[in-house]
Design a protein around this ligand. Structure first.
Ligand code: ZN
Ligand code: ZN
Length: 422
C-alpha cells in the first residue's frame, strides 16, 4: 500500500484542472536556456506559498526549495525548466508564438519542444501534494527547478552555486523526462540509461589565396573535407561493432566566394557514447585525426578545439533503480517496462549526482496519444511520431500529467515513506 500516490491525488479535487492550466500557461510562455525568469518565479512563488524554504537565483535562474519534515533521508526531486530556440508548429490552441534573443543576440522562435514545461508541472504538483500531506512522509525534501538543460549549463551552474552547507546534501536524486511512448506508461533502466554527449567546434587553419593560384594557398576546404571523411572511420573502424557510438558532423563552414581560397574552416560535431572508455577514446581519436589531417595538408598552425557542450553519461544507480522499479510495478502494473537499451539522447541531470557522489535514478514517461502510438507500432512507423525537439512535439496532457505526477510521488515515497528501522 503506497500512502503517497493515488490516494493523495484523489484527495485533491481540482488539482488536475489547476495543473493543466499551469502546464498550458508555461507552454505558452517558453523561455530560452538560462533565461527562465518567469518560469522560475512561478515555481518559486508556488513553493513559497506551500511552506517550502525557497532560495531563488541558484545558478542564475535555478530554484532550490527545502522542506524539513522530521528524521529520514534527504530526497532531491529535479525538473528542468528551459525551452528550445525553435518555432512551434503543433497547431495547438495553447501553442507558443514567443520569440526571444538567444545568447548570440539573434531573434529566434521559442518552444517547449522537449517537454520541460511538463516536468515543471509534475514537480509543482508533487511538491504540493507532499507539502499538504506532511503526516504521510518523513525526511527532508529538496525540490530543484533547474535552468539551462538544453545547453548543458544549468546543472553545472547550480552545483557551482550550491556552496558547502548552503542546502542539505541529498541521499538520493530523482528525475524524469517525457518522451515518445504510450501516454500512461513509464520506462526505466538500471545502469546506463542515456548516452554521454560531447559537442566540439574545431577550427582548421590554412592559408587563403586567389582561387586561380592554389599553389600559393594551404586550402582549408580540402583539409576540412578530408577530416570529415576520416572522422567517420572512428566509429566504423576504431570502435568495436558491439559498442554503440555516434559521430555526427552537423556543421561544416568555410569561405565566402567561389574564387577565394579561405583562410580557415570550421567543423562542429557531436559525439554520443554509452561508456566512459569509449567516450575518452573517441575524443582522443578526433584530436589525432584533425591534427594529422592538418599536418597532411601542410598547415602552419595546429587546429583549435573548443567544447560547445558536454553531457556526462546518465548511469542510474542499480540498487536505487531496483527499489524504484518495484514501487513502479506495484503502482503501474503492466504500464511499466524495462527499457531494452539506453537511449541515444543526453541530459545534464547526472551532473548533480556525479558531483556529490550521490545515487540517482532517471526514468521516462510516455507522452504519445495511445491510439496514435498503437497505430504507429502496427505500421512500424514509431520513428514518424514527432519526437522531442520536433516542432510538432505535443505530449497528450492526460494521462501524461497524471502519470508523471504519480511516478514522481511513487519514486519519492520509496525513501520518504520508508520505516525508520528499514
Ligand atoms: Zn531536449
Ligand atoms: Zn529535455
Amino acid at each position: 500500500m503506497n500512502a503517497l500516490t493515488q490516494t493523495l491525488i484523489n484527495a485533491a479535487p481540482g488539482l488536475m484542472g489547476e495543473l493543466e492550466s499551469l502546464y498550458k500557461d508555461i507552454h505558452k510562455h517558453p523561455e530560452l536556456s538560462m533565461q527562465e525568469v518567469r518560469t522560475a518565479k512561478i515555481a518559486a512563488d508556488a513553493m513559497e506559498a506551500l511552506g517550502y524554504a525557497v532560495t531563488r537565483n541558484v545558478g542564475k535562474t535555478g530554484v532550490v526549495c527545502v522542506m524539513d519534515n522530521g528524521s529520514g533521508p534527504v530526497v532531491m526531486l529535479r525538473a528542468d525548466m528551459d525551452a528550445l530556440p525553435m518555432a512551434e508548429n503543433t497547431g495547438l490552441p495553447y501553442a507558443s508564438t514567443v520569440t526571444a534573443r538567444d545568447a548570440d543576440g539573434i531573434e529566434v522562435g521559442v518552444a517547449h519542444s522537449c517537454g520541460h514545461d511538463m516536468h515543471v508541472t509534475w514537480l509543482i504538483g508533487a511538491a504540493r501534494l507532499l507539502a499538504t500531506n506532511r503526516d504521510a512522509w518523513h525526511g527532508t525534501l529538496l525540490i530543484v527547478f533547474q535552468p539551462g538543460e538544453e545547453t548543458a549549463e544549468g546543472a553545472r551552474a547550480m552545483v557551482n552555486d550550491w556552496d558547502e552547507g548552503r542546502f542539505p546534501k541529498p541521499d538520493i536524486i530523482l528525475g524524469q523526462h517525457v518522451m515518445v511512448g504510450e501516454a500512461g506508461t513509464v520506462t526505466y533502466r538500471p545502469g546506463v540509461t542515456l548516452s554521454a554527449g560531447d559537442s566540439l567546434k574545431i577550427k582548421l587553419f590554412g592559408r587563403g589565396s586567389h582561387g586561380s593560384q592554389p599553389q600559393t594557398s594551404i586550402d582549408p576546404v580540402i583539409m576540412a573535407a578530408a577530416t570529415t571523411l576520416r572522422l567517420q572511420t572512428i566509429v566504423s573502424r576504431e570502435v568495436a561493432p558491439t559498442e554503440p557510438a555516434v559521430l555526427t558532423i552537423g556543421s561544416l563552414q568555410a569561405g565566402t566566394k567561389e574564387n577565394i581560397i579561405p583562410d580557415d574552416a570550421t567543423i562542429k560535431l557531436n559525439v554520443r557514447t554509452f561508456n566512459e572508455d569509449t567516450r575518452e577514446y573517441m575524443l582522443k581519436s578526433i584530436r589525432r585525426i584533425c591534427c594529422a589531417e592538418c599536418d597532411a595538408s601542410g598547415a602552419e598552425r595546429a587546429p583549435e578545439f573548443s567544447t560547445i557542450n558536454s553531457y556526462p553519461l546518465t548511469e542510474n544507480d542499480a540498487a536505487a533503480t531496483e527499489k524504484v522499479a518495484a514501487a513502479f510495478n506495484s503502482e503501474f502494473a503492466e504500464k511499466v517496462s524495462l527499457a531494452p537499451a539506453p537511449a541515444s539522447a543526453s541530459e545534464d541531470f547526472s551532473v548533480f549526482g556525479r558531483s556529490w557522489g550521490v545515487p540517482y535514478v532517471f526514468w521516462f514517461v510516455g507522452g504519445t496519444d495511445p491510439s496514435i502510438y498503437t497505430k504507429a507500432r502496427q505500421d512500424k512507423a514509431i520513428n514518424k511520431i514527432p519526437s522531442n525537439h520536433s516542432p510538432m512535439f505535443a505530449p497528450q496532457i492526460h494521462p501524461t500529467l497524471e502519470t508523471g505526477l504519480k511516478a514522481m510521488l511513487t519514486a519519492a515515497s520509496v525513501w520518504l515513506c520508508a520505516e525508520a528501522a528499514a
